[in-house]
Design a protein around this ligand. Structure first.
Ligand code: NAG
Ligand code: NAG
Length: 338
């Protein structure tokens, strides 16, 4: 669903269309066909102009990367025809819960002295993580992050990996303040599963990429349990690492409202554009040096969960760790327990 071309955008359009580069025609067509993009005639020139602008910014970044200015590369992907504003509107959708919301009742993660935090961890290699999914044009990242943490929990307890239903969370947790494709809270998704006494699998309650205003949870097909959830102390990266190291995949949120994040392809992400005001829910699945080129880089591996394998390192990003709570990654971390 593309938003209608507004008057403001039209003005921009008139300004930029003249600048379309004929030399890029072939690449543009290839990109459209690869990603199955089709536009009504009146939108084509505007989308092409947006795409060209993104392409130039990506090339500029990568040139700087070869000169050693950045530790990560960008690449054109399926988001190439979106302006920064559209991207932020359509693909982020995490709402940050106020700490008071849980009335001081939500438990905090505490490192237990008995638990040794490993030097590096990759829960994907241990079978805890389902393949990367695709949220489409719907701000449902919060639901994808929550199912990711719940799937890890089920694997840990039952030894089986079951893909869980985001649509179940979207349709049935509105009462708690979640808004389906228009954003939601990870902790309230856990709260729903706890209060509801379960969640269905992806198989029985498939993802529809849209708001459905009725709940179709089927008690017979319960696929996971959740008895409560824990919050990682806000802003504490050390505690986040300990939680990921000793518990399993942990739900997190980051600031993804920046161009470099949208087109991240590979390497260790660290950008001065990243603030710690978080807006995109992800899943932390590991950390460590884990094959970084420079021995002094520490990374946290995050799954976009929902931006498809075409983004980043097959749907994952390695974020610089231990620097400055980069992109606010430790600000809203939580995980379910059972
Ligand atoms: C939920 O927990 C109960 C008791 O621990 C267990 O018997 C049941 O199999 C669990 N259900 C699922 C779907 O994991
Ligand atoms: C962060 O968490 C670690 C381990 O859980 C703890 O030792 C440390 O005191 C915390 N730091 C702050 C500033 O609260």
């Amino acid at each position: 669903m593309q938003p209608p071309l507004l008057l403001g955008a039209l003005a921009v359009l008139l300004g930029v269309v003249g600048a379309l580069d004929p030399a890029l025609e072939e690449i543009w067509r290839g990109w459209k066909s690869f990603h199955g993009k089709q536009y009504p005639d009146e939108a084509e020139a505007f989308r092409r102009a947006v795409w060209e602008k993104n392409l130039r910014r990506i090339e500029h970044h990568n040139l700087e990367e070869t000169l050693g200015k950045h530790g990560y590369r960008l690449e054109m992907n399926h988001f190439g025809d979106l302006t920064d504003e559209e991207f932020n509107q359509q693909l982020n959708g995490f709402l940050a819960d106020a700490p008071e919301r849980h009335g001081g009742k939500a438990a905090l993660f505490h490192e237990s002295a008995a638990r040794e935090t490993p030097k590096e961890v990759d829960w994907r290699a241990k079978g805890y993580v389902t393949p990367v999914k695709n949220q489409g044009h719907c701000g449902s990242c919060w639901a994808f992050s929550a199912t990711g943490a719940l799937e890890g929990l089920v694997f840990k307890k039952m030894g089986k990996l079951v893909s869980l239903s985001e649509q179940n969370l979207m349709d049935c947790s509105r009462r708690l303040g979640n808004s389906g494709c228009h954003g939601g809270y990870i902790t309230r998704a856990f709260q729903y599963v706890r209060d509801n006494g379960g969640i269905n699998s992806e198989l029985v309650y498939p993802y529809l990429e849209k708001d459905v205003f009725s709940c179709h949870y089927n008690t017979q097909d319960k696929a996971a349990n959740c008895t409560s959830f824990l919050l990682v102390p806000q802003g504490n990266e050390t505690a986040l690492e300990q939680a990921v190291g000793t518990v399993g995949p942990v739900s997190v949120a980051v600031d993804a409202n920046n161009f470099a994040f949208h087109f991240y392809k590979s390497g260790v992400f660290a950008s001065s554009q990243c603030s710690n005001i978080v807006n995109h829910a992800m899943l932390a699945v590991g950390y460590g040096p884990l094959e970084v080129p420079k021995s002094d880089s520490l990374t946290l591996t995050l799954s976009s969960r929902s931006w498809s394998e075409q983004w980043g390192e097959k749907g994952y990003i390695r974020l610089a760790k231990g620097v400055d709570n980069h992109c606010g990654v430790a600000n809203q971390a939580s995980y379910p327990v059972w």
